[in-house]
Design a protein around this ligand. Structure first.
Ligand SMILES: [Cu+2]
Length: 505
């Protein structure tokens, strides 16, 4: 049996699908655009815009010192001051280097390392709005942009510029309308095509006489289109983000031949996978580092235990991993709790998955806030027929927690870090911390486009529109739909035999 098409279980297909209703490409487009647009109403309502109204009493120009905080990936703090001399004290509470520029003034602070701070004197500012942003490649697009508002009068006490989360004070009707337009137009771009697709299934380069499966991985920096038109320098395995998926059977003996074409040393840690110590991938404790510019190393071990793991660089992980060097490493079967009744809902014995897919979260480095290596609107929708079941494993390879919220369909959490749970539980929002994996199953009961996103709202929206960690599940009630007419065709997910999405592996 090939690894790419093996069924997840021996169970027969699920029950009959509902009757056909006409389904055309335009139906799909309308579905995606219309339903996503409807969803925004709720999302925008949830966001709520923090407004700070201030005393506009006229006063002579004063000096203001504002505290501004930088982290991945936001600019916050005191962003309102009266006209006059303004100095910014810029602190970096994040984990990577940032800086701060003021667009209209053409000034840029020195780079600020994690935990550091720097002052930036802006001189005398006239009333108006000024764009502040981080100039480090990719950071602005990941959300490090905000507005410094200079009002016509004093705010009173020195430095009293209110802590104003979004600095929307004083926007005109036209400016609010422009925000509305930006939000809707950004959302209507979904789903957008981008170059490159992560999570391809890694096939063995060869299978030796003793059955050893030999795999080749090359660590290399490539251009990666993370969202439409935004190309970054990604650190990759085999040129894709996420890297190729290992899908193995328990007992497989493997060799992984690594070529390191990075400019620095690397190694590979098999996260959540049982290995001999000298294969754990932690230079210099368990091996020598694999030198950059062509160094090689071969990992050899047998996978004795089932695993829902991942692999990633360990050496320089804070740089390499968030820049893209991560992938899925699975061994054995998906531990679905067939026949169990949880909170009154029984999981069928006769259940076949339509897809068994990874959802890899990232939030930093050149890749930024992404799902499976892509930011909205370049994220890929999951298309299902009504009544189908899907299994998803969330893997967090980023630096922050992400509460992943799926509209409409409760998710049954039944494995944590690959370990089957004795007591699975249903959620609509599931928090995933760095390094964690959670595996869920859900049934797509209702037709429509249902958004699926991180619920830290600054990971999905900014004043210029939707971005980042958002995708959608598109559920069709037409069993005869043509997968070629689906807006963006799901691919590279672990398909199961008999589902509608088996044409790619
Ligand atoms: Cu998030």
């Amino acid at each position: 049996m090939s690894m790419t098409e093996r069924p997840i279980d021996g169970h027969s297909p699920g029950g009959p699908l509902p009757p056909d209703e006409s389904l055309s490409p335009s139906w799909f487009l309308g579905l995606v655009l219309g339903a996503v647009a409807l969803c925004v109403a709720g999302l925008v309502a949830v966001v709520g815009l923090a407004l700070a109204f201030q005393d506009d009493a006229a006063a002579e120009a004063v000096s203001s010192t504002l505290s501004v905080d930088l982290k991945e990936f936001s600019i916050s703090g005191q962003l309102t001051a009266p006209a006059g001399d303004v100095t910014l004290v810029i602190a970096n509470s994040g984990t990577t280097t940032h800086n701060l520029g003021v667009r209209e003034l053409g000034v840029l602070s020195a780079d600020v390392g994690p935990g550091g701070s720097v002052e930036l004197a802006l001189g005398t500012l006239e009333p108006g709005t000024y764009e502040v942003y981080c100039d480090i490649a990719g950071h602005l697009d990941s959300g490090m942009v905000n507005t410094l508002t200079i009002t016509g009068g004093s705010t009173g006490a020195e430095g009293a510029a209110t802590v104003d989360h979004n600095a929307h004070e004083g926007l005109t009707t036209e400016e609010w309308a422009a925000m509305d337009e930006a939000m809707m137009s950004s959302m209507k771009l979904f789903p957008a095509e981008t170059e490159g697709k992560g999570n391809p299934i890694l096939e063995p380069t060869e299978i030796k006489a003793d059955g050893t499966k030999v795999f080749d991985l090359t660590a290399e920096i490539v251009d990666w289109e993370v969202e439409p038109g935004k190309v970054v320098e990604a650190w990759t395995y085999n040129g894709v983000v996420p890297g190729p998926q290992f899908l193995l059977d328990r007992g497989d003996k493997i060799e992984v031949r690594l070529v390191n074409n990075l400019p620095v040393d690397t190694d590979i840690h098999w996260h959540g996978v049982h290995t001999p110590n000298d294969q754990d991938g932690v230079a210099p404790y368990t091996q020598d580092p694999v030198p950059g510019n062509g160094g090689t190393f071969t990992y050899e071990f047998t996978v004795d235990d089932d695993a829902i793991g991942m692999y990633h660089a360990h050496d320089h992980g804070q740089l390499a991993v968030v820049n893209g060097m991560f992938g899925v490493f699975r061994v054995g079967e998906n531990p679905i709790p067939y026949g169990s009744t949880i909170s009154g809902v029984t999981i069928p014995d006769e259940l076949q998955l339509a897809v068994d897919m990874p959802m890899i979260l990232n939030d930093a480095g050149t890749i930024g806030l992404t799902l499976n290596g892509k930011g909205f609107p370049g994220t890929e929708p999951l298309v299902l027929e009504q009544g189908q079941w899907a299994s998803v494993t969330y893997y967090n390879e980023g630096l922050q927690i992400h509460p992943m919220h799926l509209h409409q369909f409760p998710q049954l959490v039944y494995a944590k870090d690959g370990i089957p749970l004795d007591d699975p539980y249903w959620v609509d929002t599931l928090n995933i911390a760095p390094g964690e994996r959670y595996t869920v199953i859900f049934r797509a009961d209702d037709p429509g486009t249902w958004v699926w996103h991180c619920h830290i709202l600054t990971h999905v929206e900014r004043t210029t529109g939707m971005f980042g960690m958002v995708t959608a599940i598109v559920v069709t009630d037409n069993p005869d739909f043509d997968p070629d007419e689906v807006p963006v065709r799901p691919s590279n997910w672990r398909k199961t035999a008999g589902g509608p999405l088996t044409t790619q592996g």
